[in-house]
Design a protein around this ligand. Structure first.
Ligand SMILES: Nc1ncnc2c1ncn2[C@@H]1O[C@H](COP(=O)(O)OP(=O)(O)OP(=O)(O)O)[C@@H](O)[C@H]1O
Ligand SMILES: [Mg+2]
Length: 248
């Protein structure tokens, strides 16, 4: 993995009108890696991801990607640069089939042959979208829907995949499949920026970790550095007494 910054977040201040949620966030997302943001509920993790994908416009600060400042660009323009976000809440059209949902991911692609070849590529990665192709998306389990959302986001062949708590509500088996899928997307050359409550497991597979607390970066470093920080372990990683006793 190259250590060059792929996304450079500089002094980002953002909120929803009732005070600032992000209070000067600053860090780099390395190119080609998995970067994981952890932190308590309400610390601004989802808001931060939304500033990257253009759904929330910062009041101040810059977010640099491929020579563009994303701040002020529309979500569609940002999508066009190769940034695709899978949101925290399930986002499939429940009354549409799995196939239709996946194909929607390629809405910016006009060439039918390209769409078909990408459909075939994601079918190989996610057997579920073949098995359940003609079923309504709403009839799938939460974990299966998550995988369909991944498949849909890959239809744009994104350079940067932004995932907000992909493991939320998944059973342990699907959780494993989901984490393996993230590793696979990354090994295919996609840079991944994700938020995870399942912090210990996520940081283990991440090259870079960021702890967000009350709208500011409390700590950042390699995934292992963050994982092994005794204070952080006790506070945010749900560390067992066994795992965190060196902290006391
Ligand atoms: N659309 C919104 N309008 C107004 N306030 C919002 C909105 N979305 C989030 N907030 C507020 O912004 C703060 C940060 O929320 P955010 O969703 O970014 O946190 P989070 O770290 O993702 O939390 P969680 O772990 O619960 O997902 C919270 O106080 C929340 O209530
Ligand atoms: Mg959130």
């Amino acid at each position: 993995m190259a250590e060059t910054a792929y996304v450079s977040i500089k002094g980002v201040i953002a909120g929803y009108g009732g005070g600032d949620v992000l209070k000067g966030v600053e860090f780099d997302v390395p190119h080609g890696g998995v970067t994981c943001i952890v932190g308590p509920n309400g610390s601004g993790k989802s808001t931060l991801l939304k500033t990257v994908s253009g759904l929330v416009r910062p009041r101040l600060g810059e977010i640099w990607f491929k020579g563009h400042n994303l701040v002020g660009m529309s979500p569609k323009e940002i999508l066009g640069l190769g940034v695709v976000q899978v949101p925290q809440n399930h986002s499939l059209f429940r009354e549409m089939t799995v196939d239709e949902n996946v194909e929607l991911g390629a809405f910016l692609v006009k060439d039918k042959k390209v769409i078909e070849s990408r459909m075939n590529a994601v079918r190989e990665m996610f057997p579920i979208i073949v098995e359940r192709a003609n079923d309504k998306a709403g009839s799938l389990s939460g974990g299966q829907q998550r995988l369909v959302e991944f498949a849909r986001c890959l239809m744009l062949e994104p350079d940067l995949v932004v995932l907000d708590e992909p493991s939320m509500g998944l059973d342990p088996k699907t959780l494993k499949i989901m984490f393996n899928t993230i590793k696979m997307m990354n090994s295919m050359g996609r840079t991944v920026l994700l938020v995870e409550q399942n912090a210990r497991q996520a940081l283990k597979m991440s090259h870079f970790g960021v702890v967000l607390e009350n709208g500011k970066v409390r700590l950042s470093g390699t995934g292992t550095d963050v994982l092994n920080n005794p204070e952080i372990g006790a506070l945010y990683l749900g560390g067992s007494i066994e795992e965190t006793k060196h902290a006391s």
